[in-house]
Ligand binder design. Structure first.
Ligand code: GDD
Ligand code: MG
Length: 366
């Protein structure tokens, strides 16, 4: 089977992290975001993956090429010279996606869930029409694409409204599709939106269906949602009962309940309290008596003694000083230093900065 992952855009909403790495390579639960998707696609029998990119292809190529062998898939980079939106990239990759009549998967690169590829393919083949999109329910639908069904129609979508201004429903596009290659005839090679131009056209022909997602879902393309998505992902790992999480107990006395994922190479000091909902990356050092909850410490970062960190992403190679307190969706970019006893009450700190005075209200530090 074939798949295309939409990897374009500049990831501006996930700055300052995306000033250092393209969004799909930012680690989510200690693994590049896009690797969660590549792994799941490979598991579902996909052998051809197209990455539709228009931003930093060199670093992506170097990082992702090595996974081809590991997952036994062919990864092709389809590079746009101008951003082609969310539909144009499908046309650009027509040679691969249209090489046979089999349907192909399409994914937004920033959505995290238990990807239901097997069940989705089965469902799609059973109704036999042009497209199926995965939908999920959210409380705040206005920042997504919303699907509307006719009364009595279980899965056929009547209307697709991208970012509705008025409430039309709360079942939203989860950014995961399976489409027949005939859709390529509907798309022109120019910047085009699949949500605003192509889905409405397929709906009008009665050929677009929805597939309800079970379990958690999150678009992790902005810091607040990245943290929420991390909590959801960790609790789903816990439910599955796998061995990834670090269990509380004598061996890990610092795990203070809730779900905690710690890379084995991280060093944790004495008398720490870690959890719930914490991810600690490789090479991280946590000093004595630190208190961590609902936060992510990226690779090679350092949290010094007695620091208190909550609702925060600590960027790669950054340092949080002794007795510092970080909270309220604080994001430190790469190589940031927060001084001892400093308080940061939310906001973003750009790479290589040093914070020497308190930040009392959320701010962008450049
Ligand atoms: N190759 C390429 N070229 N990819 C692009 C481009 C482009 O010009 N523009 C955006 N993308 C990619 C992004 O990297 C992302 O993976 C995906 O297309 C969707 O773009 P976002 O910018 O993340 O859109 P959104 O989050 O506002 O809305 C989309 O996702 C929601 C679910 O998270 C829409 O598909 C909504 O309908 C959907 O509900
Ligand atoms: Mg998004």
């Amino acid at each position: 089977m074939k798949a295309l992952i939409l990897v374009g855009g500049f990831g501006t909403r996930l700055r300052p992290l995306t000033l250092t790495l393209p969004k799909p390579l930012v680690e989510f639960a200690n693994k590049p975001m896009i690797l969660h998707q590549i792994e799941a696609l490979a598991k579902a029998g996909v052998t051809d993956i197209v990455l539709a990119v228009n931003y930093q292809p060199e670093v992506m190529v170097s990082v992702l090429k090595k996974y081809e062998e590991l997952y036994n898939v062919r990864i092709t980079f389809s590079v746009e010279h101008e951003p082609l939106g969310t539909a144009g990239p499908l046309k650009l990759a027509e040679k691969i996606l249209g090489k046979n009549d089999d349907p192909f998967f399409v994914l937004n690169s920033d959505v995290i869930c238990d990807y239901p590829f097997d069940a989705l393919a089965k469902f799609h083949k059973a109704h036999g029409q042009e497209g199926t999109i995965v939908v999920t329910k959210v409380e705040e639908p206005s920042k997504y694409g919303v699907v509307v069904h006719k009364p009595g129609h279980a899965s056929r979508i009547d209307r697709f409204v991208e970012k509705p201004v008025e409430f039309v429903g709360n079942r939203i596009n989860a950014g995961i599709y399976i489409l027949n290659p005939t859709i390529l005839k509907r798309i022109e090679l120019r910047p085009t939106s699949i949500e605003s131009e192509i889905f409405p056209a397929i709906c009008a022909d009665g050929e677009l269906h929805s597939f309800d997602l079970e379990g958690f879902w999150m678009d992790v393309g902005q810091p607040k949602d990245f943290l929420t998505g991390t909590c959801l992902y960790l609790s789903s790992l816990a439910k599955k009962g796998g061995k990834e999480l670090t269990p509380a107990g004598e061996e890990h006395p610092y795990v203070y309940g809730g779900n905690v994922l710690i890379d084995p190479s991280a060093k944790i000091g004495k008398n720490c309290r870690i959890g719930p909902n914490v991810v600690i990356g490789p090479g991280v050092t946590v000093g004595d008596g630190a208190r961590l909850q609902r936060c992510v410490l990226l690779k090679n970062s350092k949290v010094k003694d007695h620091a208190w960190v909550k609702s925060t992403i600590v960027g790669w190679n950054s340092t949080v000083g002794r007795w510092a307190r970080l909270e309220n969706v604080t994001v430190l970019g790469d190589d940031v230093t927060v001084g001892d006893e400093i308080y940061v009450n939310g906001g973003s700190v750009l790479p290589h900065k040093t914070i020497k005075t308190n930040i009392e209200v959320p701010a962008i530090v450049m």
